[in-house]
Design a protein around this ligand. Structure first.
Ligand SMILES: [Zn+2]
Length: 557
């Protein structure tokens, strides 16, 4: 018993032990608020001010500064960890996800108080953890400062090797501060910028709401009508970062799209594969603006006299769904909010998000089965093959993905082109993502045929917002404004009846004109319809877009 009591007593006598206690607390907090690789990054950001506590100091003002810095660090990491752990448990969401940002920007201070009181007792365990720790922190730091002033050096630091070790760990951690994507997660930088983000969002809402009202007014003025008899269902599957050159459906050597190929054989002339499809933008936001504005608008252009496909379809009597695996406020505000129903399954922003596209399938099924309307327009926004490629297909601990060690023709070709090993491996990951994506896209078509077609007119369109360079023409992986791979996209159409004129398959197609074709599938007629931009129309008149440095000599190959 007496030895047990000696532990806190010895702890209280040694500045080194107190510092270790604080470092362990930081470790606990980081693990509470963050997962995986991010927790290592957070540790690197938090450690330097605590490691400094191990260094022998004499001057009073340095010792005081050090104690304040350590206190501030631990306090900010504690608040950060608790908020994050809470959001993760309650909503499976991150604080900078669209869900939380949107909700916070939408909430008044009075609602915050109501919300906290509604949680009531549920918060008690967290507070019971937090309060004693926060009360103890100043005591521990004060004790540490007093011992330091009495120059009770930690035994570790009296040795040369100990000092070198400390210095190298410190330097390693400080490297984390050089990287902006790391640095911005430090609670003292993250939360002020979070508050600013909410302010900016509120401002842009005031503008976006007005823009949507203008778009709906423009749609009303054009008097759109649906020229189809009976029920009609149109599904638009919009994917991300898929380069058609990596789909075996388009002739790629790796079998990345077996399911779509089987559907093509099965469906014959009901399916139209546009062989020469291009996006005219290399990024999501600009590409989506073009697609939905009939090629008239960039993301921040004024509305003017332009139309939005969703506003037109809505005005003509379609019920509109927008279901998405993206966490993107701008897409949400510029497009999704024009729908009647929104279903956002991804609550973590950015590239590291691992939410799988297949999770949208059940939402699509519900929308197709919805009996409240005869006219449905359903937009399914997939993450597709957006970087990081490995996160776009399921991570199986006991099994490699389908092309993990493929030393096939594609691999050898890349070797001949001198593409480095990391790029050849990324290509394997990318192709595995497309292989998984193939199943999801085929399933959306299967569901549309099974659930919508028996009830009347049904159509489906699939396209990617832009392409992706994965060592196709340069040593680079990612979005690519300067190479053709950044713009080479797949585009597929399916319609119950009438079947497609297959001559259209060889016409070059540009994504920013897709709305003219979707309008045809929706049976929309309005003042201002232009058949010359609808790839299905006999009057189609191709005009080559400029893709900057990536503009090809010919668009039909
Ligand atoms: Zn994109």
């Amino acid at each position: 018993m007496s030895t047990l009591l000696q532990i806190p007593a010895r702890l209280w006598q040694s500045p080194g032990h107190l510092a270790l206690l604080l470092i362990l607390s930081l470790l606990g907090l980081v693990l509470l608020g963050h997962e995986g690789r991010r927790s290592l990054q957070m540790l690197a950001l938090g450690l330097p001010s605590l490691l400094w506590l191990l260094w022998p100091l004499r001057q009073r003002h340095w010792i005081m500064l050090r104690a304040w810095l350590a206190g501030l660090t631990l306090f900010s990491f504690a608040c950060d960890a608790l908020v994050r752990a809470f959001l993760l448990r309650q909503y499976q969401a991150a604080p900078d996800g669209a869900l939380v940002i949107t909700a916070s920007a939408n909430t008044t201070p009075r609602e915050v108080v109501e919300y906290l009181s509604s949680l009531g007792l549920g918060l008690l365990p967290s507070l019971a953890l937090l309060l004693p720790a926060l009360l103890l922190l100043p005591l521990v730091l004060r004790r540490h400062a007093l011992l330091s002033m009495a120059s009770t050096a930690s035994p570790l630091m009296t040795r040369r090797a100990g000092r070198w070790l400390l210095l190298s760990v410190l330097l390693l951690c400080l490297l984390g501060y050089l990287s902006k994507p790391w640095r911005r997660h430090h609670p003292l930088l993250f939360w002020p910028s979070w508050v600013m983000q909410i302010g900016e969002l509120r401002q842009s809402w005031r503008d976006q709401q007005a823009q949507r009202e203008l778009l709906l007014a423009n749609a009303h003025a054009a008097k759109p009508v649906v020229q189809l008899n009976g029920p009609s269902t149109v599904v638009l599957v919009l994917t991300d970062s898929v380069n058609r050159d990596n789909m075996s459906l388009y002739g790629y050597e790796r079998a990345t799209t077996p399911k779509l190929q089987a559907l093509k054989t099965e469906l014959g002339p009901q399916l139209l594969q546009l062989r020469h499809a291009w996006s005219v933008e290399p990024g999501t936001l600009a590409s989506l603006s073009g697609i939905f504005s009939f090629g008239e608008r960039a993301p921040h252009d004024p509305v003017g006299n332009t139309q939005h496909l969703l506003a037109l379809a809505r005005t003509a009597g379609y019920k509109i769904w927008w279901m998405s695996n993206h966490d993107d406020l701008a897409v949400d505000q510029q497009h999704a909010q024009l729908a009647h129903e929104q279903e956002m399954i991804n609550r973590q922003p950015g590239r590291a998000s691992a939410s799988l596209d297949s999770e949208l399938i059940s939402g699509l099924r519900r929308a197709l089965e919805d009996a409240s309307t005869q006219r449905k327009f359903i937009v399914v926004h997939l993450l597709g093959a957006h970087p990081h490629y490995r996160l776009r297909s399921p991570q199986l601990p006991d099994r490699d993905h389908v092309f993990e060690h493929a030393k096939d023709e594609v691999y050898q070709q890349m070797q001949i082109q001198d593409r480095p090993l990391w790029l050849r491996e990324l290509r394997q990951d990318y192709d595995a993502a497309l292989h998984y994506h193939d199943g999801v896209v085929a399933e959306t078509l299967r569901l549309t045929r099974g659930l919508a077609a028996p009830r009347g007119h049904a159509a489906w369109m699939f396209l990617s917002d832009h392409g992706q360079e994965v060592g196709h023409s340069i040593t680079h992986a990612g979005h690519s404004p300067s190479t053709q791979a950044g713009y080479r996209i797949p585009a597929l159409l399916w319609r119950q009846t009438p079947s497609f004129d297959q001559a259209a398959a060889e016409r070059p197609f540009r994504a920013d004109w897709a709305a003219w074709t979707l309008a045809e599938l929706l049976g929309l007629q309005w003042q201002g319809r232009d058949a010359e931009r609808d790839v299905l129309s006999p009057r189609y008149a191709w005009q080559a877009p400029s893709l900057g440095a990536a503009t090809p000599e010919r668009f039909d190959r």
